[in-house]
Design a protein around this ligand. Structure first.
Ligand SMILES: [Zn+2]
Length: 324
C-alpha cells in the first residue's frame, strides 16, 4: 500500500467514523426525543387521569359529606314540634305534658271538648245534619285518672288470665292507651259514629257519617287522625271514628297533602321512637277491695281506647247512644 493509499484509507475510515458517530448522536438524540415524547404523553395521560379521578374524588367527597349530613341529621336533630295548643302531638312516644291543663266545654251527653274547638265542632255537626247525616260522639275528653283506671283494669284482667306483669301491661297497652299517651286527654279528640252503624270497627268507614266527615271535617278544623295504612307512623290501627281537632288551617293542609299529623309536624314515626311506659304496680288482690263504683265506669270510655278492636259490641252500642 502506498502512502497515498494509506492516507486515503485513513481518511475513508475517519470519515466513516465521523458519519457513524454523527449517526449515532443523531440516532440517540432522536431516540431520546422519542422517549421524552412518550414520557410526556404518559405524564399527560396520567395527569388527565388524576384530574378525572380528582373530579370524581371531589364529587365523592361532596356526596359523602351530604350523606353524612343526611345520616346524622335525624340523630342529632331535635324534633322541633310546634307549641300551638291545636297542634300539640300526643302519641305513644310523645306523652302529654304533666302540667297540661285545658278549659273544657260541654257538648252534651256528658261529653266535653276543649272550649277553643267548641264553635267549629258545633258548626260541623250542624252542617252534617243539614246534609241529612247524623253523627254521634261516643268518646271525648278523658282525664288522666280515667286513663289510668282503664289501663290498670285492663292490665288486671290479663294478670287474672295468668300473664306476667310485663306481658299483661304490654297487652293492655295494645287495647288501652298507656296513661299519658291518649289524645283524648287533650280534649281535642272525638270518637264519632254514624247513626246507622255505631260500632267502633273498620266497617264504620262505609257509613254515611264517616263519608261525610272524611269529606268535610277538615273544613271545620278536624282530621282523621289514624288513617288506614299509617300504623307505623301513628302507632295506632286504622280508626275511621277517631277525629282530632287541629284548627282549620292545619286541617286543610293535612287533608290536601294526605298526611298524618306526625308527618305534618315533622315528628319521628312512632315505630322509630321510644314508647312511653307506665309503672303500674298492682296491689295484692282481695275480693272486697274492688269497689262497686269502679265497675260502673262508663262503657264509652272503654270503647274509645285507641288501638282497641275487641271491645264488646254491646258496650259500643250503648256508648253510641250518646246523642249530641
Ligand atoms: Zn279515640
Amino acid at each position: 500500500m502506498t502512502r497515498r493509499q494509506k492516507r486515503r484509507t485513513l481518511l475513508y475510515v475517519g470519515s466513516l467514523s465521523v458519519v457513524l458517530c454523527a449517526g449515532m448522536v443523531i440516532g440517540t438524540a432522536y431516540a431520546q426525543n422519542a422517549e421524552r415524547s412518550a414520557r410526556e404523553e404518559r405524564e399527560a395521560q396520567k395527569l388527565a387521569l388524576e384530574a378525572a379521578e380528582g373530579t370524581e374524588d371531589t364529587t365523592a367527597e361532596d356526596t359523602d359529606a351530604e350523606d353524612t349530613e343526611e345520616e346524622t341529621e335525624p340523630e342529632d336533630a331535635e324534633e322541633h314540634l310546634p307549641e300551638d295548643w291545636n297542634l300539640i302531638l300526643v302519641n305513644k312516644t310523645h306523652p302529654i305534658p304533666d302540667d297540661y291543663e285545658v278549659e273544657l266545654k260541654s257538648i252534651g251527653s256528658g261529653h266535653q271538648i276543649d272550649a277553643r274547638a267548641y264553635d267549629d265542632f258545633r258548626a260541623m255537626i250542624q252542617a252534617s245534619k243539614a246534609d241529612g247525616v247524623y253523627i254521634y260522639v261516643t268518646s271525648s275528653y278523658r282525664d288522666r285518672d280515667k286513663q289510668i283506671s282503664l289501663y290498670q283494669k285492663k292490665t288486671d284482667s290479663y294478670l287474672r288470665q295468668g300473664y306476667s306483669l310485663e306481658d299483661a301491661k304490654e297487652k293492655a297497652g295494645q287495647v288501652v292507651a298507656v296513661p299519658g299517651t291518649s289524645e283524648h286527654h287533650l280534649g281535642l279528640a272525638l270518637d264519632m259514629v254514624s247513626s246507622e252503624y255505631r260500632k267502633l270497627d273498620e266497617k264504620q268507614e262505609n257509613t254515611r257519617g264517616f263519608q261525610w266527615l272524611k269529606a268535610h271535617s277538615w273544613e271545620y278544623g278536624f282530621i282523621l287522625r289514624y288513617p288506614n295504612g299509617s300504623t307505623d307512623i301513628t302507632g295506632i290501627i286504622y280508626e275511621p271514628w277517631h277525629f282530632r281537632y287541629v284548627g282549620k288551617e292545619a286541617a286543610k293542609e293535612i287533608y290536601e297533602q294526605g298526611v298524618t299529623l306526625e308527618e305534618y309536624l315533622g315528628a319521628k314515626p312512632v315505630s322509630e321512637g321510644e314508647a312511653v311506659t307506665y309503672d303500674y304496680v298492682p296491689r295484692p288482690k282481695k275480693k272486697a277491695v274492688a269497689p262497686a263504683q269502679e265497675n260502673a265506669v262508663n262503657p264509652e270510655e272503654q270503647t274509645a281506647a285507641p288501638g282497641q278492636e275487641s271491645a264488646p259490641n254491646q258496650e259500643e252500642q250503648q256508648a253510641a247512644e250518646s246523642n249530641i
